[in-house]
Design a protein around this ligand. Sequence first.
Ligand code: GLU
Length: 290
Amino acid sequence: MTQTDKIITRFAPSPSGELHLGHAYSARLNYDFAKKHGGQFILRIEDIDLGRCNKGYEEQIYEDLKWLGLKWETQVRRQSDHFDDYLLALNKLDDMGLLYPCFCTRKDIRAEIEESSRAPHLKPAFGPEGLIYPGICKNLSSDERAQKMADGIPHAMRIDLEKALSLLETPLYWTDLTRGTQKACPKILGDVVLARKDFPTSYHLSVVVDDHIQKISHVIRGEDLFYASHFHRLLQHLLNLNTPLYNHHALLKSKEGTKFSKREKSVTIKSIRESGVCPEEIDGLIKNYL
Ligand code: GLU
């Protein structure tokens, strides 16, 4: 499916910490793009991880964005209100036989990596987001799976990428407005988790569902998510969802050349605001870190 004609952009922060200058940059790009084209700018609160997100940070997001002078459509979509939508998508993939339960703990995965590194021919591949899941639970027999379920061992649900890719009759493409047409290469992330052990969805699943439901025409986000877009294109195809146009912007970097993290207090919008800086000075500040 292709995107609709109307320009709709979104800024989709997670209320798991304070917004920093990098968020301000991303929000601004989305806002300015929508305004320039007479479109809509949407705010989405990505709070599926209820253990890490909280209402206080959410309130602060509204405050920070208001201070930056951004106005968004009044209906804010909070992901934690929509677990049913993600479950529907998850069940659809499950009905297609494309998911398998994964009982692994981080420790199990680490042990497998160590083991494989002793036999280099089995060495698991690393992708842009770290280790590609070595498929431990994919190879369980149905009896082993049933036993683990019966024992009540918590499990996540992973996509069986090989199976999903075997359903494709032709390659998939997506557009990055800066880098041009991309041939989707979802393999790059491996058998991604689509439902976590502690809640029945994941970032990857909920983001494609929401971008579709909210009719997002342009996804403008950081280049750290460039590879995720390759995988999102596959999910959109499997679930028959819209494919927006994409643009991945540069990430702001600290003086040491590292990515900003939510822990870096000096560059949070709140601390900048409280230090007496005016919102009009933000663009200048951002340029120092690009
Ligand atoms: N919630 C994500 C974040 O805070 C944004 C993901 C996206 O824009 O697709 O990094």
